[in-house]
Design a protein around this ligand. Structure first.
Ligand code: GLN
Length: 484
C-alpha cells in the first residue's frame, strides 16, 4: 500500500495499528506529508497551513505515547496555543508570537499520541466566514480555487477535505467549524459549551467560544472529541459531567437503528427563500432518517430570526473587551512612534488589526458604552435567553435532535461578499447553537453542481452521544450519495 492510501482507513484503525506495531510509527505522518506536498497545502497552493515543523513531527512520531491517537498528525487552528510553533490567530498583531504554554486540548491530543506540528489558516481572530480576513491571505476551496472554504476555521477544514489528515481542531464562536465543514464536504462538530476546555484558545467572545473537531467521517470526529473532552481545572467554565462514549453507535448496522428517536425539523430553518436544490437535499436526508426508524416532526423555534442581530451585539461586545489585551505592551507586535504610551497603543492597534477586527472592536465598544448598554447589550442578552428557551422547549417536547441545513448556500466565490452584513448572514443557521450552548454538528448530505451541502444536527446540552448516534446512522445510510 502506498503511503497516501493508508488515509482511506479510519483514524481509530490507523492509530490502533501503529500502537500495536502493525504499522511503522511514522506511517500516518509519512502519508500526511506526501499528500500535503501533492496538494500543495501551504502558501504556494491551497494556503491552508501557516506554520509547520516536519522535523519535530518526525521526532514526535518516533516517541509518541501509545494512546487512542498514536502516531496521528492532528493539524490545529492558529488560535489554539501550541508550544514550539507560532500562534498568530491569522493576525499581524501576533506575527511570530509563540505561546509559552499549550492549550489543554492540545496537551490531551499529545497525551493520546497525536502529533501536533501544523497550524492552520483562519480569519483574523476567528472573525469571518471565508478566511478572506486572514492577514496571511485566504485559503482556497479544494474543489474550486475561485471559491472560499468557509471560515473562520477554513484552513483546518481544507487539510481534512484535501486528505492531508482525517482529524483536525478548529474553533467556533458562531459556526466556524460547522460552516467550513459544510462547504468542504466533511464532518464538523461543536460540542456543548463547557464540554471541552477553552484553556489556551485565544479568546474572541468567551461566552460563545468553543474548540471543535473536523473529521473526514463521523468516526474520526467522534474519536477526536472523546480525546479532548472533559473538565479541566484551568477552565472554570468547563463542566464536570461524565464524557460519554461518542463512538458507541459506530457498529450499529441494524436496518432501523433510529427506532425511538424523534428528529425535529424547525420550520424557521427552511424559509421560503431557501434554495430549492438545497431543500431537495435536506428532504432526501429527512426521508433517509425516517427510513432508519426515526420519527420526524415539525417544530418551531420562533426567535430564530433574532439570532444574527443578537450575535452581532454579544460577540463584538465580548471581543472588544478580550482584544484590549493586544496593546503593544504585553503580547506580540509593538509599534512605538516615540509619542509616549498612548502613541504605542494607537499605532500598534491601528496597524496590527485588520479592518474586520477593527469594525468589531468599534461596534463592541459602542454597544457597551454608557447610555447604549441598556439599549443594545442588555436587550441582546434578554433575547439570547429567549433563543435558548426555544431550544429547551423543543427538546422538552420529546424531540431528541434537530435537523437543519448548516448554511443557506454552498461555498461562495471569493470576493462575492464585500458587504460585511452579507457575510454575517452566512452564519444564520449556526449562531443559534453557540448562543444556546448546545452541541451541533454538520455532515455531508449531498452536492449541488459538484459542491458539498451540509446537514446540521443539534441536540440538548451534553447529549453529544445521541447526536453522534444519528450522524453515524445517516452517514451509513447515505453512503456515497452524501458525496454526489
Ligand atoms: N462567522 C462568524 C463571525 O464572523 C463566526 C465566527 C466563528 O465562529 N469564530 O463571527
Amino acid at each position: 500500500m502506498n503511503n497516501a492510501a493508508l488515509l482511506t482507513r479510519s483514524t481509530a484503525d490507523i492509530a490502533t495499528d501503529i500502537a500495536r506495531g502493525a504499522l511503522p510509527r511514522t506511517a500516518a505522518l509519512d502519508a500526511a506529508l506526501e499528500v500535503a506536498a501533492r496538494v500543495r497545502i501551504g502558501a504556494d497552493g491551497l494556503n491552508a497551513v501557516l506554520w509547520r515543523d516536519d522535523a519535530a513531527a518526525r521526532d514526535d512520531a518516533a516517541s509518541s505515547p501509545t494512546g487512542a491517537l498514536c502516531g496521528i498528525p492532528v493539524p490545529v487552528k492558529d488560535n489554539i496555543a501550541t508550544l514550539g510553533l507560532p500562534t498568530t490567530c491569522g493576525s499581524r498583531m501576533l506575527d511570530g508570537y509563540v505561546s509559552p504554554f499549550e492549550a489543554t486540548a492540545v496537551a490531551r491530543l499529545r497525551a493520546a499520541g497525536a502529533i501536533v506540528r501544523m497550524k492552520t489558516n483562519m480569519d483574523e481572530f476567528a472573525m469571518g466566514s471565508s478566511t478572506e480576513h486572514s492577514a496571511w491571505g485566504r485559503t482556497q476551496h479544494p474543489l474550486d480555487a475561485s471559491r472560499v472554504p468557509g471560515g473562520s476555521s477554513g484552513g483546518s477544514a481544507v487539510v481534512v477535505a484535501a486528505g492531508v489528515s482525517r482529524l483536525a481542531l478548529g474553533s467556533e464562536t458562531g459556526g466556524s467549524v460547522r460552516q467550513p465543514a459544510a462547504f468542504c464536504g466533511i464532518v464538523g462538530v461543536k460540542p456543548t459549551y463547557g464540554r471541552v476546555s477553552r484553556h489556551g484558545l485565544v479568546a474572541f467572545a468567551s461566552s460563545l467560544d468553543h474548540i471543535g473537531v473536523f473529521g473526514q467521517r463521523v468516526d474520526d470526529a467522534a474519536l477526536g472529541l472523546g480525546v479532548i473532552a472533559g473538565a479541566d481545572p484551568l477552565d472554570s467554565t468547563s463542566v464536570d459531567t461524565p464524557v460519554d462514549d461518542y463512538r458507541a453507535a459506530r457498529e450499529d448496522d441494524r436496518v432501523r437503528p433510529l427506532d425511538g428517536v424523534v428528529v425535529g425539523w424547525p420550520r424557521e430553518y427552511f424559509p421560503e427563500s431557501l434554495d430549492p436544490a438545497m431543500r431537495a437535499q435536506l428532504a432526501r436526508a429527512l426521508d433517509t432518517l425516517r427510513a432508519l426508524g426515526a420519527e420526524v416532526r415539525e417544530v418551531s423555534l420562533p426567535h430564530t430570526a433574532l439570532a444574527i442581530p443578537v450575535y452581532y451585539i454579544v460577540a463584538p461586545a465580548e471581543a472588544s473587551s478580550n482584544l484590549a489585551r493586544f496593546d503593544g505592551v504585553r503580547y506580540g507586535r509593538r509599534i512605538d512612534p516615540g509619542q509616549g504610551l498612548r502613541g504605542v497603543y494607537d499605532a500598534t492597534r491601528s496597524h496590527g488589526f485588520g479592518p474586520e477586527v477593527t469594525r468589531r472592536i468599534l461596534l463592541g465598544t459602542y454597544v457597551l458604552s454608557a447610555g447604549y448598554y441598556d439599549a443594545y447589550y442588555k436587550r441582546a442578552m434578554a433575547v439570547r435567553r429567549l433563543i435558548t428557551d426555544d431550544f429547551t422547549r423543543a427538546f422538552e417536547s420529546g424531540v431528541h435532535v434537530l435537523f437543519t441545513p448548516t448554511t443557506p448556500s454552498v461555498a461562495f466565490e471569493a470576493g462575492s461578499k464585500s458587504d460585511p452584513y452579507e457575510m454575517y448572514l452566512s452564519d444564520i443557521f449556526t449562531v443559534t447553537a453557540n448562543l444556546a450552548g448546545i452541541p451541533a454538528m454538520s455532515q455531508p448530505i449531498g452536492r449541488i453542481d459538484g459542491l458539498p451541502v451540509g446537514g446540521q444536527l443539534m441536540a440538548s446540552h451534553f447529549d453529544e452521544a445521541t447526536m453522534f448516534r444519528v450522524a453515524y446512522a445517516l452517514e451509513r445510510a447515505l453512503g456515497e450519495e452524501a458525496h454526489r
